[in-house]
Design a protein around this ligand. Structure first.
Ligand code: PGA
Ligand code: ZN
Length: 424
């Protein structure tokens, strides 16, 4: 039974304030959760409440969200069983009363929602992934490691936001992580040798200036080989283009040219022919529904097309995407929708329609590792949580190592099976 809730303002990995929540139960259990924050956010995301007081943290303080928890949520939740996740989340949605969660703030609601789940798991003496996923949770996700950062996450001239490696050939999560780390270090050596910057972007990947976007793929291909792996069978490639960031009025400003959705699609078709790419996220902008449908018709039988800004983990938008065949996978970010219940609803909806899901961090993260457990609990088979460097990213990968150890012989690594459309 929930006995007390405390909220506070802490810092995220970019040095911006975010919400942390602690929940105490009457059996002595205490659990804590922290809320992540994006930079290339979708226009349709739930509202992250910020104070706007220019005298504190450049207006980015979250004291109002903290206050909302203490003044408007705590009293309403005392006495609930922590296991009543759906009732608790619904209660907070009712108190908020808006579609966008602008009244309480999605950051306020999510902090409580995640802390409730962690408290319930702890009280039941279960790991979070077992509590949320039940006795059948056993699938370890492919770590989609973002080793070269561009777009809004870097100061470089590279348009594509994320260049990821997917270690699909490994036999276990532990070995997958190791191969990814080895490629990451090899990439650093390759960049150094070419006199390119080895400074890092927001998600821990390198952020050099490059002549083209495909030059990034060539550098990664070189690093894969240097690390002793085979591109395509051991390590596949994936992109998050985050195209909303460079689209205006239906025109994409890409590599210095003004391109249509169709021209972007032709570019991706060429890229998929030239490189072993298993997944492309946000290839087009968040409101270009017809462009997405055409692109999925052109490429969807060969690779995974992932909607991030397009879907914002919102069951209503996912439902539209399914109806219009606008993608074949959903990026899942708990703070885009703002509650655990709605996150599960989005995943269930996607899975029932044969869409894949990729659990995801935000570019602004904390030491909270809930998404690692969520990836295993939902059996989604894929997680992206940045480069295998910087503690807020590595924390999630480390949690997956612990989960794999706990599952022991019951653990299965998703591997190439996470991308059934891909043929190496
Ligand atoms: P964000 O980026 O957290 O800055 O939104 C991550 C992504 O686009 O997937
Ligand atoms: Zn994205």
């Amino acid at each position: 039974t929930i006995e007390g809730i405390v909220a506070r303002e802490i810092l995220d990995s970019r040095g911006n304030p975010t919400v942390e929540v602690e929940i105490g139960l009457d059996d002595g259990t205490v659990a804590r959760a922290a809320v992540p924050s994006g930079a290339s956010t979708g226009a349709f995301e739930a509202i992250e409440l910020r104070d706007g007081d220019a005298d504190r943290y450049l207006g980015k303080g979250v004291e109002k969200a903290v206050q909302n928890i203490e003044d408007r949520i705590v009293d309403q939740l005392i006495g609930y069983e922590a296991s009543e996740q759906r009732l608790i989340d619904q209660k907070m949605l009712d108190i908020d009363g808006t579609d966008s969660k602008s009244e309480l703030g999605a950051n306020a609601i999510l902090g409580v929602s995640l802390a409730v789940a962690k408290a319930a798991a702890s009280s039941a003496e279960l790991s979070l992934f077992r509590y949320l996923g039940g006795p059948n949770a056993h699938l370890l996700p492919v770590p989609m490691m973002n080793i070269l950062n561009g777009g809004a996450h870097a100061d470089s001239n590279v348009d594509v936001q994320e260049f990821m490696i997917a270690p699909i050939g490994a036999p276990s999560f532990r070995e997958a992580l190791r191969s990814g780390v080895e490629v990451y270090h090899a990439l650093k050596a390759v960049l150094k040798k070419k006199g390119l910057s080895t400074g890092l972007g927001d998600e821990g990947g390198f952020a050099p200036n490059l002549p083209t976007n495909s030059a990034a793929l060539d550098l990664i291909a070189e690093a894969v080989e240097k690390a002793g792996y085979t591109l395509g069978s051991d390590i596949a490639l994936a992109l998050d283009v985050a195209a909303t960031e460079f689209c205006s009025n239906g025109t994409y400003t890409f590599e210095g040219s003004a391109l249509s959705a169709e021209e972007m699609t032709n570019y991706y078709t060429k890229l998929v022919g030239d490189y072993p790419i298993v997944s492309i996220e946000d290839p087009l902008s968040e409101d270009d529904w017809s462009g997405w449908t055409a692109l999925t018709a052109a490429l969807g039988d060969r690779i995974q097309i992932v909607g991030d800004d397009l879907f914002v983990t919102n069951p209503q938008r996912v439902a539209r995407g399914i109806a219009e065949s606008a993608a074949n996978a959903v990026l899942v970010k708990v703070n885009q929708i703002g509650s655990l219940t709605e996150t599960f609803d989005a995943v269930d909806l996607a899975h029932r329609a044969g869409f894949r899901c990729m659990m995801s961090h935000r570019s602004g993260e904390t030491e909270d590792t809930t998404i690692a457990d969520l990836a295993v609990a939902t059996g989604c088979g894929q997680i992206k949580t940045g480069a295998p460097a910087r503690s807020e990213r590595v924390a999630k990968y480390n949690q997956l190592l612990r989960i794999e150890e706990e599952l022991a012989d019951a653990a299965r690594y998703a591997g190439a099976g996470a991308f059934p459309r891909y043929r190496s």
